[in-house]
Design a protein around this ligand. Structure first.
Ligand code: G6P
Ligand code: ZN
Length: 546
């Protein structure tokens, strides 16, 4: 088969962000945009001996442009000499399932086509990222190398061949490349069966455990139908919005209280099932709502870590935990009690990879609705739900009772995140740099009635490979342990998103049941005062509160 060498020139702005390259579909679909990036990935990761003998996994969240993009990726991979491609049927693989397939089939890595929780459709977003042989997002040294290649690229290697039929499971030959179209769900279901006690969960559903899962018309639909309804016997209808659609049915596939409002309303109503959950566009995030109670992602991480031993995979305890810096310190208290280490990493799942690979941690998570364990190297929405179901089943208590007992034992970290979206980029950067310049001077002063104990721009030294990641967010910690963190999002595609993370620890048993925004009201005001959010952004209110 004749390889086409197409001359091209570098395209600016392809620096991968928190989680790969994310842009508008309109940008991705233009000219050689996607092909330039994919060829740059191959240029950056090419082993000295080439791609002969290499297996690569390819799949995506099924969003608009996924179907065309995956054919482009397949042709470029074949033209670059990849020996074997494992492609999810229909072009589908949830992000955690892709991680699972990479690990199980000992692949060299994978290309995941997704813009996660960002909106889809012709005017929505698209994304692509490279995951390494451990199944996890490429570390910064690889994403930096990919970026360097995007600035030096001269030609794209591809083939002039018809599209491969991805609708049927089966094998195709493309030049020297074997393209295997695989069941996107099977390997993942098998892994979940190993981690959790499916017969026990099945028995609980049979005896009346009730559950609602909102797949948000995104990738988890087929996984949720297979696991919750077929394997565990939950009644049909347990999975809602379970058919993946290229535009997510016009909704925003971000499982938060704003975009999963229907589920929230159900869980706060008299008809609420025992547990409500949702996942995002590519299946790695999770939202957990008990009957009448929202469990914040930071609290969920802490509660999962404290109860993980109730599921077979973690029966012998956990080696350690990790959380991203802006995630609340609730899990730190659990680690303390368990006598295991707790690591604080920058935002982005890739930073957990080394800790998981080295066996230093078993469970990790982020405030951005991601929780996971050492079973794969991505956060995993359905896994988090299965662990919650396992805990409810084993303890025979409601989510509300579990949360209350948790707070009574450990105290409660009241926590909120305020997002200001689509802020003018220079205004957002101006706010950050002005605040950073004042950080040193703040220490020892009193702001909003609290003395500042520490203020810095978070920098992380990876304890496994010693790599250093700077500028990961501005932290202001007060003497009473309260904290305000400011960060600019690395996943947005329009202007800048300012995230303000606010936290206060409460140990008084009489004050554990406050409404979160009220419990944090004075710190929220201090956060505005400190950074001049209103003045600098012109915004009186955040767009999203989580
Ligand atoms: C993605 C990443 C997460 C990260 C989140 C928020 O979901 O996989 O690891 O926490 O984005 O990132 P951002 O930079 O937008 O705050
Ligand atoms: Zn996601």
């Amino acid at each position: 088969m004749k390889i086409q060498r197409i001359a091209t020139t570098p395209i600016e702005g392809m620096k991968p962000g928190t989680s790969g390259l994310r842009k508008r579909v309109t940008e991705f679909a233009q000219g050689h945009y996607l092909a330039n990036f994919v060829q740059s990935v191959f240029n950056a990761v090419r082993p000295p001996e080439g791609f002969g003998g290499v297996t690569l996994v390819v799949g995506g969240d099924g969003r608009y442009f996924n179907a065309e993009a995956i054919q482009t990726v397949i042709r470029i991979a074949a033209a670059n000499g990849v020996e074997r491609l494992l492609v999810g049927a229909g072009g589908i693989l949830s992000t955690p399932a892709a991680s699972c397939v990479i690990r199980k089939h000992k692949a060299f890595g994978g290309l995941i086509l997704s813009a996660s929780h960002n909106p889809g459709g012709p005017d929505g977003d698209f994304g692509i990222k490279f995951n390494a042989a451990n199944g996890g997002p490429a570390p910064e040294k690889i994403t930096d190398a990919i970026y360097a290649e995007t600035l030096a690229i001269k030609e794209i290697r591809t083939l002039d061949t018809p599209d491969i039929d991805l609708n049927q499971i089966g094998s195709h030959r493309l030049g020297d490349t074997q393209v295997e179209v695989i069941d996107p769900v099977a390997d993942y279901v098998e892994l979940m069966r190993e981690l959790f006690d499916f017969p026990a969960l099945r028995a609980k559903f049979a005896s009346g455990l009730t559950f609602a899962f909102d797949a948000m018309h995104a990738v988890t639909g087929p996984y949720a139908h297979a696991i919750f309804e077929r394997e565990l016997g939950a009644p049909a209808g347990t999975v809602r919005n379970g058919t993946p659609l290229p535009d997510f049915g016009g909704h925003h596939p971000d499982p938060n209280l704003v975009h999963a409002k229907e589920l929230l309303d159900l869980m706060m109503s008299a008809d609420a099932p025992d547990l409500g959950a949702a996942s995002d566009g590519d299946g790695d995030r999770n939202l957990i709502i008990g009957r009448g109670i929202f469990i914040s992602p930071s609290d969920s991480l802490a509660m999962l870590a404290a109860n993980a031993h109730l599921a077979p995979a973690y029966r012998n305890g956990i080696a350690g935990v990790a959380r991203s810096m802006p995630t609340s310190g609730a899990v730190d208290r659990v680690a303390d009690k368990l006598g295991v280490p707790c690591y604080e990493t920058p935002t982005g799942w890739k930073f957990f990879g080394n800790l998981l690979d080295a066996g230093r941690i078993t469970i990790c998570g982020e405030e951005s609705a991601g929780t996971g364990s050492n079973h794969v190297r991505e956060k995993d929405g359905i896994w988090a739900v299965l662990l919650w179901l396992s805990i409810l089943a084993a303890r025979g208590q409601s989510a509300a009772e579990i949360a209350k007992e948790h707070w009574a034992t450990y105290g409660r970290n009241y926590y909120t995140r305020h997002d200001y979206e689509g802020v003018d980029t220079s205004a957002a950067q101006g706010l950050m740099s002005a605040l950073e310049a004042r950080l040193r001077g703040l220490v020892g002063t009193t702001v909003g009635g609290r003395r500042v104990a520490m203020a810095d721009n978070f920098s992380y030294t990876d304890p496994v490979d010693g790599s250093v990641s700077k500028n990961q967010g501005l932290r202001i910690v007060f003497e009473d342990g309260s904290r305000i963190v400011y960060r600019l999002s690395g996943t947005g595609t329009t202007g800048s998103t300012l995230r303000v993370y606010i936290e206060r620890y409460e140990a008084d048993p009489a004050r554990l049941a406050q409404e979160t925004q009220e419990a944090l009201a004075d710190l929220i005001a201090t956060a505005d005062e400190l950074a001049g959010i209103r003045e600098r952004t012109g915004r009186a209110q955040p767009d999203v509160i989580t």
